[in-house]
Design a protein around this ligand. Structure first.
Ligand code: AMP
Length: 361
């Protein structure tokens, strides 16, 4: 069984009661759920969508292949805790995505009495920016330089509020004066060098069980796809004028994610992509028992062709959604392989090997 933080639930008793020949896959209807349901159905699983409100339920009718077999309606996502008995009876495995954790809340997520794909212990390393930096830097990755005292701002920086979702409220400052004008004093923040370059969000899949890909000390690593986020307003603000011009009249760019754009990378950079993934996984095995399944490194490639990693997401990211029918990378593993389908395959493999406890927490 995965080892992690002390306050995390131990699912071994729940799993012991499951009929593993009749598993259900469930998630919250949001984020990457169309892909997750589609992938699970492709692999023959019964699927359940947990949904708030008729409006959100209804649009799944328009996508029959991505619609869950069954809906569980709730008034508030926190009610998922009241559904655990029913979901356990249906031998349910939860696939958490970013919105699942956000809607439920990290504390409730950690104690949710349902087998969950991946290692929940990663949450404490991912949700605290200092812990995240410790993990990634001790793994040997290069992160953007941190500016601890705003008075030392000499080059463009990006100021990130802790816990801000989807880049909300982030701002760029080029001087201490600019920083002082924009900062909201009551909030915790981090100041990072604004890295000049092109962004790539790399979607990996780590299997601790299978040795059929880029091999690691335990199991193997795949690269399933990559995307670039489309962020309003920064990505289109130049339609109106340069950022400097606009800032002079009080219009500041924002970094709110609205969508995802498919992308591939020059092939000569791929070896480095795998080395970075390897370093992250190997360090995670030492620190907290391993990052299992899908994860994403958010990177900027500089003109020296160096990667700077500014963030890690430790579960399926919405950037995998352009690839419900496969990506230029996953197609070289298996045609039409999405991340959602890959997750379902890992559950099937682990079930057959009687090793579900090694990929669930
Ligand atoms: P994050 O919440 O850390 O993913 O950041 C939101 C967005 O801000 C990213 O998707 C990037 O577009 C941008 N960003 C974050 N950190 C940096 C950085 N150090 N340099 C340049 N852009 C960044």
């Amino acid at each position: 069984m995965l080892q992690g933080v002390v306050f995390m639930i131990d699912i071994s008793d729940i799993l012991a009661k499951y009929n593993t020949n009749d598993l259900t896959i469930a998630t919250v209807c949001s984020h990457s759920s169309l892909q997750l349901f589609h992938g699970a159905k492709q692999e023959g699983y019964h699927t359940i969508g947990i949904v708030v409100g008729e409006e959100r339920r209804k649009f799944y009718d328009a996508f029959p292949l991505g619609k869950p077999d069954e809906f569980l309606m709730v008034d508030d996502y926190k009610q998922i805790l009241d559904l655990t008995g029913e979901l356990q009876e249906k031998n349910t495995i939860i696939i958490p995505h970013g919105s699942f954790v956000e809607y439920l809340g990290a504390d409730r997520f950690l104690t949710l009495e349902l087998p969950t794909f991946g290692n929940r212990a990663v949450l404490q390393w991912e949700s605290d920016r200092n812990m995240e930096r410790k993990w990634l830097e001790s793994a040997g990755l290069t992160m953007p330089r941190e500016v601890t005292d705003p008075k030392n701002i000499e080059k463009p920086v990006i100021v990130k509020y802790h816990g801000a979702k989807g880049g909300k409220g982030f701002f760029i400052a080029k001087t201490y004066d600019e920083f002082k004008k924009r900062i909201q004093k009551n909030k915790e923040y981090t100041i990072q060098e604004f890295v000049m370059g092109t962004r790539y969000y790399l979607h990996y899949f780590y299997s601790p069980l299978q040795n059929n890909a880029y091999s690691l000390s335990k199991g193997s690593l795949q690269l399933l796809s990559m995307d670039r986020r489309d962020e309003t307003t920064i990505d289109e603000v130049q339609r109106l004028g340069s950022i400097a011009e606009l800032e002079e009249i009080g219009i500041h760019p924002t970094f709110v994610v609205t969508g995802n754009i498919p992308i591939v990378m020059r092939e000569s950079l791929l070896p480095k992509v795998f080395v970075m993934g390897e370093q992250v996984v190997e360090e995670s095995l030492k620190l907290f028992g391993g990052i299992i399944g899908s994860f994403c490194l958010e990177t900027v490639v500089t003109e020296e062709l160096e990667f700077k990693v500014f963030e890690i997401s430790a579960r399926i990211v919405a950037g995998t959604n352009p690839y419900i029918g496969g990506s230029p990378y996953s197609d070289l593993i298996q045609p039409n392989l999405s991340t959602g389908r890959r997750i379902a395959q890992e559950i099937t493999y682990a079930t057959k090997q009687k090793k579900l406890g090694e990929i669930l927490s």
